[in-house]
Design a binder for this molecule. Structure first.
Ligand SMILES: Cc1cc2nc3c(=O)[nH]c(=O)nc-3n(C[C@H](O)[C@H](O)[C@H](O)COP(=O)(O)OP(=O)(O)OC[C@H]3O[C@@H](n4cnc5c(N)ncnc54)[C@H](O)[C@@H]3O)c2cc1C
Ligand SMILES: C[S@@+](CC[C@H](N)C(=O)[O-])C[C@H]1O[C@@H](n2cnc3c(N)ncnc32)[C@H](O)[C@@H]1O
Length: 642
């Protein structure tokens, strides 16, 4: 492994002038030094007429504000505050912002400390504000009434990937003279393409070329009096007929807001939760006696963000999902060492190839609060037990009691759980879909989300999906005084977690297409062998060779995977690639459902509510269940096969 200790090497973006933040890179202020908060209220909130428009949002509706330049988050906090005062309680604010040079948390804290009236939302933002890493980050506040999607990257790259339509834009990218990239005519056209009819914009600049670019893109632009001593600023509105969306309006918004979700694991409860938070009534159907009894039933699943150094879709998804699940956990589950623990995760360089992979990943210069290289000595200090190898440490990660997470997700008001109901058939009805158990109709709705892991393909409509089953087993090991010293999760070819209620979880085995439901001694023995090779000190602390595989408790489950290892999330098409209106899927979460399944709920909600997607468009497409047929068709073949 390369040498550790890169903390503090990241450049600060900010200089402080009279206690106010100024961009070191651009030599420009983040907000007016006269009064940033008044400027935000005057320029962005008032000129977009947000107080009046928020009050007009119908109950259960939503409003999308998009911003170029998140900066200190001041505009976001002011918009949030206005939303809470003026919008109906059942409505949702989506704030989507893009930022190429994110501030460090302490810099953001210092800048926002200027506004004592925003103290409580500021504290919530700061505790949810993740490491400064590239990628898309979604966070919910106020029980889901305020949703932030932060696109970290260059606006010229992120905006073309933004799947959603704004109702109002804040154009806030430093002065056009100092940062011309943020004001290019091509960007103005992108903004129009991502705007609803009647969308407005506001910006403090009145530069002639910006005015012309916005006007030629389709906005009717006005020059009005600027904030404080500024003579002029620009605001405008999109003429309805110029909006691309007026021509290509999507039709998949469902007015009844009722859905059936089949499957009470992480995928099903994740989907149910995201919809219930948007005011949907959800009928959640589970064939077993309770939630989380199959793959999602492990007492300690780990948030194992195993990424590649290449920006492949799987790595992008893992990073976004890892951050999203952590946000959900912090918001909804006590971090008490029983329901979950943020004890950190050590990815150990267990052989030369793995060391190379971890080195390549670390070379991308991630923020140390996301991940950092550690030497064997540092790994030993972090883990609390002797380790002979270093690796990558993820300080925010940890383990989760998967059933506790499923219960929290399914605990949203509006979710009606039906256990011991086995959905066997899906039938079209005049209003959508009927879900049947033999001849008995369990429920009927325009929208059905199938989240039944591999059993999803038992439905006739989904038989063509190329799903695979991989059996796995974890082993539970009674803690000893010596093993209790383990303070962080260890991951390599297998994983081991610190003790929870006196037991460690170690695992897991992999057996493709095996279906044995009971735990086996052979798999316990395999987990012990893997544990010995992962951390022999822990293996010895737990009893080493005296451990008897046959008398240990194991827990087996079936993972569902796809041929390209990405989950299947989104609207479903039939074997011929034709749409099946109202039928959606969230499955094939493989060995990382804790990371991908909760975010899967947000992805489905984006389709169903026609609202901003939590991921770049290319990644949303890479997850579409119909991708296999689409690929086969491109190659000139027939169906996807299995
Ligand atoms: C041994 C093992 C260890 C793992 N370790 C980790 C880990 O450390 N970290 C991690 O992130 N992931 C881990 N995973 C993977 C993770 O558990 C899965 O990705 C996740 O649980 C998948 O969730 P799911 O909801 O898709 O499937 P499941 O949890 O299997 O849920 C599907 C549910 O649908 C129900 N169902 C199916 N068909 C029907 C029907 N027709 N009618 C009614 N109900 C139906 C089932 O009864 C089941 O409850 C592990 C998996 C295994 C097996
Ligand atoms: C005036 S500040 C935004 C202030 C912010 N809205 C607030 O509430 O504090 C402009 C922001 O644009 C960001 N930025 C500059 N160039 C960018 C680019 N090409 N893509 C995305 N963001 C960029 C800067 O890093 C800076 O944070």
């Amino acid at each position: 492994m390369r040498s550790p200790g890169r903390e503090g090497e990241r450049q600060s973006e900010v200089d402080w002038e009279n206690g106010q933040p100024v961009s070191r890179r651009f030599g420009d202020v983040y907000f007016s030094q006269a009064s940033g908060i008044d400027e935000t209220r005057f320029v962005f909130l008032a000129q977009n007429r947000l107080a009046e428009r928020f009050a007009q949002v119908p109950p259960g509706g939503s409003f999308v504000v998009a911003e170029t330049g998140f900066g200190t988050g001041l505009n976001f906090l002011c918009t949030w505050e206005l939303w809470m005062r003026t919008a109906p309680t059942s409505a949702r604010l989506h704030f989507v912002s893009t930022e190429l040079y994110p501030l460090a948390r302490d810099e953001m804290a210092r800048a926002l400390a200027l506004w004592s009236e925003l103290a409580s939302s500021c504290e919530a933002l700061l505790s949810a504000y993740g490491p400064r890493a590239p990628g898309w980050d979604r966070r919910s506040f106020e029980g889901g009434r305020v949703v932030l999607t932060l696109l970290t990257g260059d606006v010229r790259v992120t905006l073309p990937q933004f799947q959603g339509l704004a109702d109002a834009w804040f154009l806030d990218g430093f002065s056009p003279a100092r940062n011309p990239q943020m004001w290019e005519p091509a960007l103005c056209q992108r903004i129009v393409a991502r705007s609803r009819p009647g969308c407005t914009f506001a910006t403090y600049t009145s530069a002639g070329h910006v005015r012309r670019a916005l006007a030629s893109a389709g906005f009717s632009v006005e020059k009005v009096k600027g904030f404080g001593s500024k003579r002029e600023m620009l605001r405008g509105q999109l003429e309805a007929q110029r909006s691309e969306q007026a021509r290509t309006r999507r039709t998949n918004t469902h007015r009844t807001k009722e859905a059936i979700v089949i499957g009470g694991g992480l995928a099903g409860t994740g989907a149910a939760s995201s919809l219930a938070r948007r005011g949907w009534k959800v009928t959640l159907i589970e064939r077993r006696e309770g939630l989380a009894t199959e793959a999602s039933g492990n007492p300690q699943g780990v948030l194992y963000a195993r990424m590649s150094a290449h920006p492949i879709p799987l790595s992008q998804l893992i990073l976004a999902g890892y951050r999203y699940t952590l946000g959900v956990l912090r918001e909804r589950l006590p971090c008490d060492g029983v329901q979950w623990s943020d004890c950190g995760i050590l990815q150990i360089a267990f052989d030369a190839d793995e060391a190379k992979r971890l080195d390549a990943l670390a070379a991308l210069d991630w923020p140390p609060d996301l991940m950092r290289s550690v030497s064997p000595v540092q790994a030993t200090e972090l883990a609390g037990i002797p380790l002979s190898r270093g690796g990558l440490f993820f300080p925010g990660g940890g383990w989760v009691n998967a059933p506790a997470l499923c219960s929290a997700l399914a605990g949203e008001p509006g979710i009606d759980l039906h256990t011991q109901r086995h959905a066997l058939r899906l039938e079209r009805s005049s209003t959508g879909w009927r879900v049947l158990e033999r001849s008995d109709c369990i429920a009927e709705s325009a929208v059905v989300i199938v989240a039944g892991a591999s059993s999803s393909a038992a439905f006739e409509q989904l038989r063509h999906l190329p799903l695979r089953t991989v059996r796995g087993q974890v082993t539970l090991l009674p803690a000893t005084a010596a093993s209790e010293r383990l303070t962080t999760v260890l991951c390599g070819e297998s994983y081991a977690a610190p003790a929870r209620l006196g037991m460690h979880t170690a695992g897991a085995t992999f057996a493709r297409d095996a279906v044995v439901e009971e735990a086996t001694a052979a798999d316990n023995a395999e987990n012990l062998r893997q544990l010995n090779s992962l951390a022999d000190s822990l293996y010895t602390a737990l009893g080493g060779a005296s451990l008897d595989a046959a008398s240990l408790t194991g827990r087996a489950g079936q993972r569902c995977t796809s041929v390209d290892y990405l989950p299947l999330i989104g609207p479903v098409t039939d074997a011929a690639g034709r749409s099946l209106p109202g039928l959606y899927l969230s499955t094939a979460h493989g060995s990382r459902g804790l990371i991908t399944a909760p975010l899967g709920g947000e992805i489905l909600a984006a389709y169903l509510e026609d609202e901003p997607a939590p991921l770049p468009m290319s990644l949303m497409e890479a997850l579409l269940p119909g991708r296999f047929q689409a690929r086969a068709a491109r190659r000139g073949g027939g169906g996807a096969g299995r």
